[in-house]
Ligand binder design. Structure first.
Ligand code: GLU
Length: 549
């Protein structure tokens, strides 16, 4: 019995690997172009850490005019859920990170290196497993779950490493005849890698994020094909990233310790190994303790959370790049209007211990991102969000021309308003500008320094009767508030008030506050001149009538 005969017995119909090697030729890309991928399992949950990895992988590929593809790793069919792929594909689209190749819906894909869904690549894995069997680099293993359990118990009792290796690898040295006999007799088996490694030897690896690392060689005969005929992660990684031409494997650092095994698999398969970049998990400061962002404990671990709050995807990406490379912040300061794609992202500047994620900072970033949007963009995006989450806001935004004016207040100038961090803030921020929301409801007026009803009523009446003119430019408008202040015996300049505090009851700023509160019930609003321009005379008069004490 030869290896070849055994391989034929196991996989009689598998193609020779030359077929696949020809079908998926080396990519024809410019010198230095990097090919990366995002390779999630469709568990139905998209973790912000996954999006972070995808963003890093995509950024690196785009920077070099390379390729970023999406591969769905569904070989663990127990973990799969319905529509798991759709969730991933949609998230990437929402973040404007659609892949160049790979799955684009639950069932469709684009690109020449597919299928991009592992469960559809069974034949390919079996061809490569057969190739390994033919060379004696893999073998069928007949160990039952009970046998493996017993082995583990013995290893634990003897205080040695657990696993299937060396003397413990019971089926590794069966004769080919014995193997064939068992297979013919229908004994269940899986396929294991026959590791050439030795635990007492070290391998050195240069990780693009973690730097130089040293590990013992792998000596575990890991499973490469499971009993359901599908590959394990390790084998699929080697076969897929080889055939798909991945140059840089950018993935979670939970895989760092598997590098010795993966390098060995590439070596034994005769493939050129990719470069690796292992990303540390996103961390959170939990009352002084730095810990991983947890799917179970932290709502912000779910990508869907940001959509629900209405944090624009651009802001989330901007923030993720911010925590990915500490040089980003400085770059942004110097390149305020540059596109994210222009940032010179560096893998080797990523944190080795894990970037700290902070919702408050994310919202600060988001405020700046939104402040740069036009009124039209803010309108469209708020409305899109409101259509999914807030009917009252949809109704407010129905009057588009008016809403554009409201959202246009203090926007498009050098110091645009920064009071919106998320679309769910919009309603609260603008509701007072809508007469049917404002005038028809009871309001509380938190008057401040000037709080005598007589004074308030007089200011409001006098302003309308004598001073208000919708045609006034901003300077004239303000001069008139000063004049009104003077007429009522308040200081027309704050400076003057401070110099002679006993002479005046209040100053022009306090008069403005009365007007502001009467108009909006708020002490803090965007520019009052613009607010009055947008409201118009009829509304202002009604608001003042309502505000009188
Ligand atoms: N499916 C693997 C995971 O979700 C992918 C790891 C990789 O990127 O290679 O952990």
């Amino acid at each position: 019995m030869t290896y070849k005969e055994l391989a034929n017995l196991i996989y009689p119909n598998a193609k020779e690997i030359i077929y696949y090697e020809t079908k998926y030729p080396k990519r024809n890309l410019p010198e230095g172009a990097i090919v990366t991928r995002f390779a999630p399992s469709p568990t139905g949950f998209v973790h912000i850490g996954g999006l972070y990895q995808a963003l890093v992988a995509r950024t690196v590929a785009k920077k070099t005019n390379g390729v970023f593809f999406l591969r769905v790793e569904d070989t663990d069919q127990k973990r799969e859920i319905e529509n798991g792929v759709t969730g991933i594909v949609d998230s990437l689209k929402d973040f404007d990170m659609a892949p160049d190749e790979g799955m684009i819906t639950d069932t469709e894909e684009i690109g020449e290196y597919g299928p991009y869904k592992q469960s559809l690549r069974k034949d390919i894995y079996q061809a490569y497993a057969k190739y390994m069997l033919e060379q004696g680099k893999a073998y069928p293993c007949f160990a039952t779950p009970e046998e493996l359990e017993e082995m583990r118990a013995k290893q634990e009792a003897a205080k040695v490493r657990t696993g299937y290796y060396g003397v413990w690898a019971k089926y590794r040295n069966l004769s080919l005849e014995e193997m064939a006999e068992k297979i013919k007799a229908g004994v269940p088996y899986i396929i294991r890698f026959k590791s050439p490694g030795r635990e007492d030897r070290k391998i050195k690896h240069k990780d693009l994020i973690k730097g130089n690392v040293e590990f013992p060689e792998n000596d575990q005969d890991v499973v490469i094909i499971k009993s359901d005929g599908l590959p394990t992660y390790h084998f699929a990684h080697a076969v897929d990233d080889h055939l798909m031409g991945t140059t840089h494997v950018i993935r979670s650092d939970e895989w760092l310790s598997s590098v010795p095994l993966h390098l060995q698999l590439f070596q034994e398969l005769g493939f050129k190994a990719p470069k690796y970049a292992h990303i540390s998990p996103i961390m959170k400061n939990d009352n002084g303790n730095k810990r991983k962002l947890s799917k179970r404990k932290d709502p912000e671990a779910a990508v869907s959370y940001y959509e629900e709050l209405g944090i624009p995807s651009l802001a989330v990406k901007e923030y993720l790049l911010n925590i990915a490379n500490s040089t980003f912040e400085n770059w942004r300061r110097q390149n305020k209007d540059a596109k994210l794609e222009e940032f010179d992202f560096q893998l080797n500047k990523m944190s080795v211990s894990g970037a700290l994620f902070d919702m408050v900072k994310l919202q600060d970033v988001s405020k700046i991102v939104i402040s740069k949007m036009t009124a039209e963009e803010v309108y469209e995006k708020s409305l899109e969000w409101a259509n999914r989450h807030d009917q009252e806001l949809v109704e407010m935004l129905t009057d588009k021309p008016y809403s554009l004016k409201v959202l246009g207040i203090e926007r498009g100038n050098i110091k645009p308003r920064k009071d919106i961090a998320k679309w769910s803030d919009v309603k609260e921020n603008i509701i007072y500008m809508y007469d049917h929301k404002f005038l028809d409801n009871k309001q509380e007026y938190p008057y401040q320094v000037i709080n005598d009803p007589k004074d308030i009523n007089k200011i409001l009446d006098l302003y309308i009767e004598k001073y208000y003119n919708p045609e006034d430019d901003k300077q004239t408008w303000f001069d008139k508030i000063k004049a009104l202040s003077g007429e009522m015996g308040y200081a027309t300049e704050v400076k003057e008030f401070k110099a002679n505090p006993d002479k005046y009851k209040a100053h022009v700023g306090d008069v403005s506050t009365v007007l502001r509160i009467a108009l909006t019930t708020r002490t803090n609003t965007p520019d009052m001149y613009e607010i009055m321009q947008v409201l118009g005379k009829a509304s202002i008069v009604k608001r003042f009538e309502k505000a009188k004490q």
